[in-house]
Design a protein around this ligand. Sequence first.
Ligand code: IMP
Length: 424
Amino acid sequence: MPANLVVGAQWGDEGKAKVIDYLSKDTDIIVRYQGGANAGHTVVVGGKKYIFHLVPSGIIYDNTTCVIGNGVVLDPEYFLKECADLEKSGFNVKNKVLISDSCHILLPHHRLIDEVRELGSSPEGKIGTTKKGIGMCYADKMLRIGLRAGDLLDKDMLKRKLARILEVKNQELVKYYDLEPVKLDDLFKSLSQFADIMGNNIINTIYFLNDALQQGKRVLLEGAQGTGLDIDHGTYPYVTSSNPTSGGALAGSGVSFRYLKDVIGITKAYTTRVGEGPFPSEILGEAGEVLRKLGGEYGSTTGRPRRCGWFDVQMIKHSIVVNGINNITLTKIDVLSHYDSIPVVVGYELKGKRLTHFPSQGLEDVKPVFAEFKGWKDDISGISSFDKLPPNCRSYINSLQELIGTKIGIVSTGPDREDTIIMN
Ligand code: IMP
């Protein structure tokens, strides 16, 4: 059986979790492959809202096993808190979640340093991170002084590794950041507790996944954040520290590329971004505030107001190329019902010349080229059939499909599972 991939085509928060939840009913295993507690995936079932950060959102289906892949940075404190909350809602996380023995463990000082760096940055240097320590943990992974989940399984080895790590990190904490050193015994104790609770769930998920695929199981790879936040293909340096794109899905899960079939790109019918960085289709001022309110655009992890803008064809085309997207899901189209006329960015100009693609540099200098589409001014929330949409709304969807050159397979008209149009 193939593996399918759900990837964010914008700057995150596209509504991936709703689509993952929708696809979960035909899936055996769901894998998170990058990011960490910076993600906030919201699923609404029967009017009840669930927000996931580290645990794959497929947990709410009985039939699925959830895997935290080797590319994730796992914060044990956040994870246990999320498990406790989910257990209160009746989901047995311990029986359903497997953790890769190669995934990196996010330690308390990663969070501290992230916070200090963000607070201390000049306005020009600020990234606007979630302050969850994500970049610091990935940096240590690359510096080869990270701790991996498999290291928790042998307490003697854990203590030795922690001692080596703290020898380096404590110097950094004290000398560069003027922070308190981390106490080895305290950290060892809390990680030992995590290992006592979750140790049996830590396995080699790379073989688990490839064996499962070979046996015909259906696997869904769940991306966090989005293409615009990809460390290589996004708007560097205003990005996260991992690869949400399809290459990252393979590296971060160990699933062989031979199994990958559909790459489903998720995009809102408009655009949002949290944190700093260029945003060509951004709506500034009061008009931006109107869209923010209409869409309820506040971060599910940090509560920060999201910056809002119009749909950006050039950006989505970039995501299609980089990820190999063959199917698009368009979310939150109901939010646009308010408008008489809907602008869409159809390209960029730089110094009077039309660009042929999304630039790797200088996005802040481009001038967006707009086209206008007629609004429909009818409430379409909850509509689940394309034919029942107002003609102007159908025309908006068809025009976007034509402009991006890729099939729109699903349209979402509201937060609930049922508010979904499957296009034929
Ligand atoms: P970090 O991932 O916390 O290091 O933050 C880096 C950038 O990615 C910041 O602009 C964050 O706002 C953004 N970011 C991280 N996670 C998400 C997400 O789940 N949705 C939207 N933006 C995110």
